[in-house]
Design a protein around this ligand. Structure first.
Ligand code: PAF
Length: 277
């Protein structure tokens, strides 16, 4: 496994891989790796592919009052995990170099960015699009792997690729959960024991209501009851709890492909998740 920090070195190394007929499979991350990331790494495995993982805590996707300064960084352990998975290249961009890296085109905005997380975290999607576009431009991956837990992010990246005619195929990978059903997230590291127990209740609560959401188009009563159930378990606040189609539009028919999207705050920790209906 090669750990590369410089863009020119990375591009040279990738060029050599491409010359010998290898495809490039890319997993962008902000580190603090857990089994969710590792499942992306495993999904990206292919005989004729070079797997590259980037680790970069992207300041642009955090608002000034958010957790950029304390975002967990566990680089030594991350490298150990990636070595174990036999990843080919780990890209650790240098902050200054990646900041200076210019992309030649204007990044478009999409209406799906203004919903759900985009409402409460207006910095988030513009920041994600900026870094992901730079990374795609540098790496030119054939396939890129994103987790389903961040479903809205997956949609935004897919839209970005479509609008900018980027060649990488976006692969969506299943959410990995702990034994109690809590979706794995680097931010789970912030939770103390009591908070973790609360977070683990979300899954059970949501699952109790999924049959109701499956069978009813009018969901007001159900969402209210689910919110009450979550508050009862000690969840401090609910940022959103919405049912949308998988294109983030209003559900019109019972058999529309839909998901329940949820964002909650436990103490100072914001957690998101989504469930197929
Ligand atoms: O999902 C993440 O970890 C980040 O938003 C990403 C895609 C690596 C961009 O910084």
């Amino acid at each position: 496994m090669r750990v590369i920090k410089q863009i020119s070195k990375l591009q040279l190394s990738l060029l050599n891989q491409k010359k010998i007929g290898k495809k490039v499979h890319f997993i962008p991350t902000m580190g603090a790796l857990h089994d969710g990331h590792i499942s992306l790494v495993k999904s990206a495995k292919a005989k004729k592919a070079t797997r590259i993982v980037s680790i970069f805590i992207n300041p642009d996707q955090f608002s000034p009052n958010e957790d950029f300064e304390k975002y967990p960084s566990t680089i030594k352990n991350d490298l150990k995990l990636l070595r174990k998975e036999r990843v080919d290249i780990v890209f650790l961009p240098n902050k200054e170099e990646i900041k200076k890296y210019k992309i030649k085109y204007k990044i478009p905005n999409f209406s799906i960015e203004n919903k759900l997380c985009g409402k409460t975290r207006p910095h988030f999607f513009p920041g994600v699009k900026k870094i992901v576009t730079k990374l795609f431009d540098i790496i030119e991956p054939d396939k890129s792997f994103f987790g389903e837990k961040d479903f809205q992010q997956y949609l935004v990246i897919k839209e970005l690729c479509k609008k900018m005619k980027l060649k990488t195929v976006i692969v969506k990978c299943k959410t990995v959960r702990d034994q109690k059903g809590l979706a794995l997230s680097s931010r789970n590291n912030y939770l103390n024991e009591k908070e973790k127990k609360m977070a683990q209740k979300i899954n059970k609560s949501v699952k109790k209501f999924l049959p109701f959401f499956r069978e009813n188009l009018k969901v007001g009563k159900g969402t209210l009851k689910l919110k009450q159930d979550l508050f009862k378990h000690g969840i401090d606040s609910i940022d959103y709890l919405k049912i949308f189609t998988e294109q983030l539009t209003i559900r019109k028919k019972l058999n529309d492909k839909c998901r329940l999207f949820i964002a909650v705050k436990i103490g100072n920790t914001r957690l998101i998740d989504n469930y197929k209906i």
